[in-house]
Write a protein that binds this ligand. Structure first.
Ligand code: GLU
Length: 467
C-alpha cells in the first residue's frame, strides 16, 4: 500500500512551498488509494511553537488535505532512544563525549589546513581506546552514527534520477543529542520506517541529506522508500520565493479572500503539469497526479496567475457560500448585512467582476450603506442639464413596480422623454445611488438596494447638483 507523509517543522506559518509538498504527497496517496500521514517534526525546541502547529493544522483543513495523524516527534523520544541503542549494540553507533569547545578547535585546525571541517571519529570505540579517551564524569554524550568509511551511496530519485555520493564525503553524524532529542536525519528515518512510508516526497533542499539517511536505513536493515525531491519554488523574478514576493502564507490567502480550491489548483501547477491543463478540480488532480511529470527545474509562483485562477473559481462558486465568506469583511467595513438585500443575491451579482472575496465585499458596501461620491465624480456626472430628467426618474421610480424589468423600463422612458443618451442618465444615477462609477447593470443594483433607500439616496444627491 502506498504511504506518504508531510513532515513540517512547526517553526512558522505554512507557506506556499510547504503546502505544495503536502498537496503532492496527499494527491499521490489518494490516487493510489493509500494513506497520507501528517507528522509534526517538532524536535527543534527553540523554534517550534504551538501557534505554528495550529497554523499548519488550520492550513491543511482549509486546503482540504485530510491526513492520518498528526503525529508528533516529541511523543516518540523513547522510540528514538531504543533504536539508537540497537545501533550502538551492533557497533553502528557510539557515544561521543566531545565538548563543543573541542569540536570548535577541531574545525579550526581543519580549516587552517585547508580541509573541509568534519568530525574525525575520535570517540569511535577503537579510536577512543587508542587515544586513551575516558568519558568525563557527568557528561551527557551524544550518539553518533558510524558512517561507512568506504564505498559510496546510490539511490534513484524519482525526479532527479540516480544520485551517488562517496561515503568519504560524509562524517559520523549525530543521531541523538545529549538531551535525548533526535536530529532531523535520525528522527526522519526512524519515523519513515516505523510508519511504513513507501514514498518520501519532499523539497529538494533535503536532497543532500538523503545519502546520510540511506546509510541509516542500511544500518537498520530496513528497505529504502522511494525518494522524490521536488524542485523549489521561485518568485516571478526568479529569486527564491520569500515574503518580498507578497503573500506566501497559506492562511494569508484565506484571509485575503481566496477560495481553497483556487489555491490548490495553483499549487498543483507549481512544478507539476498535466499537458496544458491550467484549471482542474481536486478530483482531476487526484486522477492525473503522477511523479513522472514533476519538473526537474524550479517552478515560478506568479501571484497574478493565482488571482486569475481565483477569479475563475469565484464565478462558479455558490452564492450562499460566497455570502458567508464575504460577511466578515463587510462587518469590518461597518455593514450590517441583515439590514439590506440578501447578501447571496449581491454576491451573485458581483462575483463575475472580482478576483477575491475581499474585493467582492468591498464592492458590496453600497448595498448596505450609502457611499458619498467623490467630488471628482460629482463634477463629472452631476450636470444641471440632466437634473430635470433625474427628478422625473425619481418620480417614475416611486410608482414603478419594483422589479429589474420595470426599473429598466422607467429609465428608458425617461431617457426617451428627455431626448438624452442612455449614459447621460445611467451614469449620474449610478453615482447617486452607489457612490461609485463602476457597478453591475444599474437596474439590477437599484432593484437590490430597494425602493425606499434608492429614493432617499437620489433625493439627497439631487441637492448636490449645481444650480
Ligand atoms: N521537517 C523537515 C522539513 O520541514 C521535513 C523534511 C522531510 O520531509 O524529510 O523540512
Amino acid at each position: 500500500m502506498i504511504k506518504t507523509r508531510f513532515a513540517p517543522s512547526p517553526t512558522g506559518y505554512l507557506h506556499i512551498g510547504g503546502a505544495r509538498t503536502a498537496l503532492f504527497c496527499w494527491a499521490y496517496a489518494k490516487k493510489h488509494g493509500g494513506t497520507f500521514i501528517l507528522r509534526i517534526e517538532d524536535t527543534d525546541r527553540e523554534r517550534s511553537t504551538r501557534e505554528s502547529v495550529m497554523a499548519i493544522l488550520e492550513s491543511m483543513a482549509w486546503l482540504g488535505l485530510d491526513y492520518e495523524g498528526p503525529h508528533s516527534q516529541m511523543d516518540r523520544l523513547a522510540r528514538y532512544r531504543l533504536v539508537a541503542e540497537q545501533l550502538i549494540k551492533k557497533d553502528q553507533a557510539y557515544y561521543c563525549y566531545a565538548s563543543r569547545e573541542e569540536l570548535d578547535a577541531l574545525r579550526g585546525q581543519q580549516r587552517a589546513r585547508g580541509e573541509k571541517p568534519r568530525y574525525d571519529g575520535r570517540w569511535r570505540p577503537e579510536s577512543a581506546k587508542r587515544l586513551g579517551l575516558k568519558p568525563p564524569p557527568g557528561a551527557q554524550p551524544v550518539v553518533r552514527f558510524r558512517n561507512p568509511d568506504h564505498g559510496e551511496v546510490t539511490f534513484r530519485d524519482l525526479v532527479k534520477g540516480p544520485i551517488t555520493v562517496a561515503n568519504g564525503e560524509m562524517d559520523d553524524l549525530v543521531l541523538l543529542r545529549g538531551d535525548g532529542i533526535p536530529t532531523y536525519n535520525f528522527g526522519v528515518v526512524v519515523d519513515d520506517i516505523d510508519m511504513a512510508i513507501t514514498h518520501v516526497i519532499r523539497g529538494d533542499d533535503h536532497v543532500n541529506n538523503t545519502p546520510r539517511q540511506v546509510n541509516i536505513y542500511r544500518a537498520l536493515g530496513a528497505t529504502l522508500p522511494q525518494f522524490a525531491h521536488v524542485p523549489m519554488i521561485l518568485g516571478a523574478d526568479g529569486e527564491r520565493l520569500s515574503k518580498r514576493h507578497g503573500a506566501v502564507s497559506v492562511l494569508q490567502y484565506r484571509d485575503d479572500g481566496y477560495l481553497p480550491e483556487a489555491l490548490v489548483n495553483c499549487l498543483a501547477r507549481l512544478g507539476w503539469s498535466h499537458g496544458d491543463e491550467e484549471m482542474f478540480s481536486r478530483g482531476q488532480l487526484v486522477e492525473w497526479f503522477d511523479l513522472e511529470h514533476i519538473s526537474q527545474s524550479p517552478a515560478r509562483f506568479d501571484p497574478g496567475k493565482a488571482a486569475w485562477l481565483n477569479a475563475q473559481y469565484l464565478k462558479s462558486a455558490d452564492d450562499g457560500r460566497l455570502a458567508a465568506l464575504a460577511e466578515p469583511f463587510l462587518a469590518k467595513n461597518g455593514c450590517d448585512t441583515k439590514r439590506g438585500p440578501p447578501l447571496a443575491r449581491v454576491a451573485g451579482l458581483l462575483k463575475e467582476r472580482v478576483n477575491t472575496v475581499e474585493e467582492l465585499a468591498d464592492a458590496a458596501v453600497y448595498f448596505y450603506r450609502p457611499l458619498e461620491p467623490s467630488d471628482d465624480l460629482k463634477r463629472q456626472h452631476y450636470s444641471p442639464d440632466v437634473k430635470p430628467a433625474l427628478v422625473d426618474l425619481k418620480e417614475q421610480l416611486s410608482k414603478a413596480e419594483w422589479t429589474r424589468e420595470r426599473i429598466s423600463e422607467a429609465i428608458k422612458a425617461v431617457v426617451a422623454a428627455h431626448q438624452l443618451k442612455m449614459p447621460k442618465i445611467a451614469m449620474p444615477l449610478r453615482v447617486m445611488v452607489s457612490g461609485v462609477a463602476q457597478t453591475p447593470s444599474v437596474d439590477a443594483v437599484l432593484e437590490l438596494i430597494g425602493r425606499d433607500e434608492v429614493l432617499a439616496r437620489m433625493e439627497r444627491q439631487l441637492q448636490a447638483f449645481p444650480k
